[in-house]
Design a binder for this molecule. Structure first.
Ligand SMILES: [Zn+2]
Length: 119
């Protein structure tokens, strides 16, 4: 298991900024419609490990399917920065778009295939 690190990141235009702590041991490579069309790769965080530092008022919520996942998009640049949802046990979870982490190299991440299309 890699060590947990503190990362900063944000949307493309920079109005939405966050800080999070993660080991990035699990990053999704999901085949569902939104992950495929937007090229999204998520890692899941305890809400305590995720702090929005700027741009709360610049977020737009996007809901689809069963409205279980509340995607948070920057209203200016349109980047899907993170989403809030619930785990199967009912606890809150933050799904972070790892592409929004400063300096991330997607090709160096260990991706876990997820069959979201069948869920
Ligand atoms: Zn933006």
């Amino acid at each position: 298991m890699p060590d947990s690190k503190t990362y900063t990141g944000g949307c493309h235009c920079g109005q939405v900024r966050f800080e999070c702590t993660s080991d990035l041991s699990m990053v999704t490579a999901c085949n569902c419609s939104i992950c495929t069309k937007k090229g999204l790769h998520f890692t899941f965080l305890d809400p305590k490990s995720f702090q929005l530092r700027a741009g709360e008022e610049n977020l737009k919520e996007y809901l689809f399917n069963k409205h279980a996942i509340h995607h948070q998009l920057c209203v200016d640049c349109g980047v899907d920065v993170f989403a809030r949802g619930k785990k199967p046990d009912g606890s809150d979870v933050v799904a972070l778009n790892v592409s929004c982490i400063d300096g991330i190299e997607l090709s160096k991440l260990n991706m876990t295939p997820v069959d979201g299309r069948s869920m």
